[in-house]
Write a protein of this length. Sequence first.
Length: 87
Amino acid sequence: MEVKEILLQKEINEDLGSRNKIEDLFNALEKGNAEKVVMNFEDIKFMSRTAAQEYLNQRNKVGFDVEERNVPEDIKTLMDFIIESSY
């Protein structure tokens, strides 16, 4: 199984505020051949609600497994809130 790790701080920025950048990242990953992608949130300082919503939408529709690592507690809380209220 091919696994690819993405350091989000390096690929996007320490502030994840743009849903377009999240969508672009997932679109690029879909063109690859990884069966599993590890999203590493190390050094991420902020994630907007719209970026978190887009991240969760993309994660649920892609054709590969996604695992999160080093998710800051405030971002985890935000994602949990979105999941509870949306899905």
